[in-house]
Each structure stands twice: as C-alpha cells, then as structure tokens.
Design a protein around this ligand. Structure first.
Ligand SMILES: Cc1cc2nc3c(=O)[nH]c(=O)nc-3n(C[C@H](O)[C@H](O)[C@H](O)COP(=O)(O)OP(=O)(O)OC[C@H]3O[C@@H](n4cnc5c(N)ncnc54)[C@H](O)[C@@H]3O)c2cc1C
Length: 340
C-alpha cells in the first residue's frame, strides 16, 4: 500500500467528528503530530485539502532523497511519509483528506469547531495548525485544462500508473526534472518541454536527466492537447521560430510550480507575522486552544525544516494536552517507558 494514495479511516463528507485534537495539514509536521497525540492517548483527526498525505514532500519531491532527517543518512521523501503514517497508524487517526478547513467557531464551552469546505464539522478539545505554506495550488497549463483527469496531471503520486505511456513533462524546475528521471524507466518515451533555455533545477538533476537520454526541448511552449476522450497527442511551438511539432502523449505532467496562500486561515483572527502564524514558546497562537507548528509558524530565529516541524509539533501537542485536561502532565514521559 502506498500511503500517498491510500490512508485508512477517511470519513465521508458532511460527517460530524468529535476529537481531542484536530490537526490541520497532513504534511510531515501534522503526521508526526498525529503520532504524538496518539502516543499521549488523545483521539486525533487530520484534515488536508490535498487528496494525499505528506504535504510538500508528496506534492513536490516524493522521489528525492532527504539528507537531514535525524537518524536517516538518506531517506526518500515517499518513504519518510509512509513511515510517518505507519508510526501514527496504531492510534487510529481519522483522516479527512480532500477537505479544506474554512471556518473556525466555538461551541458553548468555548471549544474550537472547525468546518471544512465539504461540510464536515469537527469539534475538538484543541486545534493544531500545521498548514505549511498554506493551500498550494498548481499553476495551470493553459492549453491543458480540458484534459485534467484525462491525461493531464499536476502530481505523480503513483508513477506506475503511467507505465508504457508517452509522457510530456512541462517545466524547468526541480519537480519537472525529478518526474522525468522517475518516469523514464517506466515510460515508452519521456520528453521535457520548457519555455526558456535555462532551468531553475539543480545542475546535477539536469545532468542526470540528460544522461538518461531524455529529449529536452527548450524555448518551446505547449499550445494544444488533443484526443477523442483521453489525451493522445500534444502540439508544441518554438517561441522564436514558431515551428510546431506534434508529440504522442498519453500523459502530460504540468510541473509549473505552485502558488500558496494561507487562504481561509487568514480570516480566523490569528495574529500573523510576515504572513505566517505567530506562536509563543508553547506553540500557542493568539487564539485559545489553537496551536501551530511547522512551516506555517513564525518567531524570531525560525528555521523552516522538517526536523524543526517535528520538534514544534511535539511541543504543540504536549501543550494542547494540558489545555484539554489541566490535570495532564506537560511532559508525557519517554516513549521507551511505554509498554508495547
Ligand atoms: C523541493 C523541496 C525540497 C525540500 N527539501 C527539504 C530537505 O531536504 N530538508 C528539509 O528539512 N526540508 C526540505 N524542504 C522543506 C520541507 O518540505 C518543509 O519544511 C516541510 O514540508 C514543512 O512541513 P509542514 O508539515 O509544516 O508543511 P507542509 O509540508 O507544507 O504541509 C502542509 C499541509 O497543510 C495543508 N493545508 C494548508 N492549509 C490547509 C487548510 N486550510 N485546510 C486543509 N489543509 C491545509 C496543505 O495542503 C499541506 O498538505 C523542501 C521543500 C521543497 C519544496
């Protein structure tokens, strides 16, 4: 099972969920927070607008090795996400994927109530926001909108789906080159099309793609996608000569980057700092029973790394636990002291 595409215990839309902790954002910080809440014996729900777990890792670099996770000299993004989901799994987190947290209100006891854009209502003892860079929306491929879900994709959560395809990848950044390298062994053909002759991707990544014999077509734009039902071919045009070519393609990956914004969270009355959520040393926000962790927080000296998000979310969950139950200890004891 790849947890990027399949996680257990997702509720259906329009449910009412009662939980001790609601985590908003299923990136690495949120997933580790789900483990930590479970470890503390708290019920936990995790909401994410994306249909998959893993946040930026799954969306942008699932195949990249990460070198600065403590204890792992190198771990592939996808494997880190799988490990985080597996670590939380014994505690049965409820995953609310494909749902954006849009509204925060309070029940009669002042506890947070969060509503999603699909109609789910979550009543929680505390909320931990691990929303990263906010909701990130892929930059569209203008010529490709009609073929979304019929051959045009923004993400490649499961490369094997594209086995045997002719694949056109559009973009010049790391993601475009990473997808090219990842898909080349599975595909019938891979071509990378970029509108400039220079790339944002790292030189080493570009060299790797060249060494795989993948055709890189520069100064060229995709002008049309064609096919009766599903995608069959793509027209490209050189920006300077205006020459056109038609390429066979059953898959087009639009890797043109993302726009990100805090979206609805901006209207919740949270104190913001440089368009991030201001937190104190407990990872408490300016709102009662609302904590935050990971890339979305800001304070003097903040460093945006996965490792830092892990530490912050452990702090957030432990402090939330003492708000939910004032008798609870802040420090839960070491995991090694727990009976297995
Ligand atoms: C190409 C690349 C390479 C990187 N390499 C490294 C590296 O080597 N080492 C390292 O430490 N870091 C690296 N990073 C940074 C790292 O990915 C981030 O620090 C990390 O993902 C932050 O985790 P997070 O859980 O805080 O947020 P994110 O991973 O951003 O996850 C946040 C999640 O919240 C969701 N969300 C936001 N708003 C809402 C809402 N209103 N409702 C529902 N869901 C919402 C988003 O959809 C997203 O899934 C890299 C980043 C990139 C782009």
């Amino acid at each position: 099972m790849s947890v990027l595409t399949d996680v257990p215990a997702t509720t259906s839309a329009a449910d009412v969920v009662d939980t001790d902790i609601l985590i908003i954002g299923a990136g690495p910080s949120g997933l580790y927070g789900a483990y930590y809440a479970g470890f503390r014996g708290l019920r936990v729900a995790v909401m994410d607008v994306l249909p998959q777990c893993g946040g930026q890792i799954s969306a942008m670099y699932p195949e990249k090795p990460i070198f600065d996770i403590a204890g792992f000299p190198s771990v592939r993004g996808r494997d880190l996400v799988d490990g985080l989901v597996a670590q939380a799994e014994p505690y049965g987190p409820v995953y609310l994927l494909g749902q954006r947290a849009v509204e925060l209100s309070r029940d009669e006891d002042g506890h947070p109530v969060v509503r999603s854009d699909t109609g789910t209502t979550v009543r929680a003892g505390a909320v931990v926001i691990t929303g990263g860079v906010g909701t990130f929306t892929p930059r569209p491929l203008p010529a490709g909108e009609d073929y979304l879900g019929r051959g045009q994709v923004y993400f490649v959560p499961d490369p094997s789906v594209h086995t045997g395809h002719d694949i056109v990848i559009v973009g010049g950044g790391d993601s475009a080159f990473d997808w090219a390298a990842t898909l080349a062994p599975l595909a019938r053909s891979v071509k990378l099309v970029h509108r400039r002759d220079r790339f944002r991707a790292h030189g080493a990544t570009v060299e790797k793609v060249r060494s795989l014999g993948i055709e890189i077509i520069t100064d060229t734009e995709v002008t049309g996608l064609h096919g009766a039902d599903d995608l069959e071919k793509v027209t490209i045009r050189h920006r300077l000569t205006k020459d056109t070519r038609t390429l066979p393609a059953q898959t087009v990956v639009a890797a043109l980057g993302f726009t990100a914004d805090l979206g609805p969270l901006q209207n919740w009355g949270l104190e913001l700092q440089a368009r991030r959520i201001a937190v104190d040393t407990r990872m408490a926000t300016s709102l009662p029973r609302v904590f935050a962790a990971g890339d979305i927080t800001d304070y003097p000296g903040k460093v945006r790394l996965i490792a830092v998000g892990f530490g912050e979310v452990a702090t957030a969950v432990n402090n939330a636990a003492t708000v939910i139950d004032p008798e609870a200890m802040l420090f839960p004891g070491h995991s090694t002291e727990k009976e297995n």
